[in-house]
Design a protein around this ligand. Structure first.
Ligand SMILES: C[S@@+](CC[C@H](N)C(=O)[O-])C[C@H]1O[C@@H](n2cnc3c(N)ncnc32)[C@H](O)[C@@H]1O
Length: 215
């Protein structure tokens, strides 16, 4: 899989497809995070072009941030966006790595962020990544998960199925993603020490954003 060939066009692709609700889903819990305990060190996995990173870095000026992505081009785009916004990147580590094999330090991060990341993988791979991220989380960590879902019934279900068919065909072709459908990321997270504390949906329930706390 590689997103590098589309890194520069990713924002455009987003704006001509689902558009603004994607950003709304990413930022759904920022206010809640700001009202909670101080975040020392956040890990953003598969962050892509920095759509979450930029507002997060602006709103949390004292948080150390590690951005992990396997695409060097995506990391560059994200870095350039921060520089253009005048953000000091000294506290931000950009790490090019494959999360399916990466060994993360135990208990390091008090915020894990996985936005539209698990939809690239099959369920077995998500089942392998989630415990690795849990292992890297501090005892009181929080986790933000956003992704696609197929609503239970009605026109929303039909609409989501059409969109997901189009999006999977596109990303399988241009980014060579292995997945064919959305994996059950929430069900997998439900088997961990993280418990859901808030959940919102967007774009006629096709997108969800969930905030978890470790218990
Ligand atoms: C669909 S994009 C999502 C980007 C961003 N989080 C967003 O909300 O739009 C998936 C991102 O995950 C990265 N990625 C894919 N496989 C990865 C892996 N095995 N390890 C780390 N990053 C990966 C891609 O390079 C890409 O930037």
């Amino acid at each position: 899989m590689s997103y590098s060939s589309i890194a520069r066009f990713y924002k455009l692709i987003e704006s001509v497809t689902i558009g603004r609700p994607l950003l709304d889903a990413r930022l759904a819990h920022l206010k809640c995070l700001a009202e909670g305990p101080a975040i020392q060190h956040a890990l953003l996995v598969g962050e892509g072009n920095g759509s979450f990173l930029l507002p997060f870095a602006q709103q949390f000026p004292n948080t150390l941030i590690t951005v992990l992505d396997e695409s060097p081009a995506m990391l560059r785009v994200a870095q350039n966006r921060l520089k253009a916004a005048g953000i000091d990147t000294a506290r931000i580590t950009f790490r090019q790595a494959d999360m399916t094999t990466e060994q993360l330090p135990e208990g390091r991060y008090d915020l894990i962020v996985t936005l539209f990341f698990f939809d690239n993988f099959d369920a077995a791979t998500v089942q392998q990544i989630v415990p690795a991220l849990e292992h890297a989380s501090s005892p009181s960590a929080q986790w933000i998960l956003s992704d696609f879902q197929i609503p239970a019934s009605g026109w929303r279900r039909l609409r989501a199925r059409i969109w997901l068919t189009i999006l999977y065909a596109f990303f399988r072709c241009v980014a060579k993603i292995p997945a064919r459908t959305v994996p059950p990321a929430e069900a997998i997270l439900a088997t961990t020490s993280f418990k859901q504390v808030a959940r919102k949906t967007y774009s006629a329930e096709m997108l969800y954003s969930t905030l978890y706390e470790r218990v």
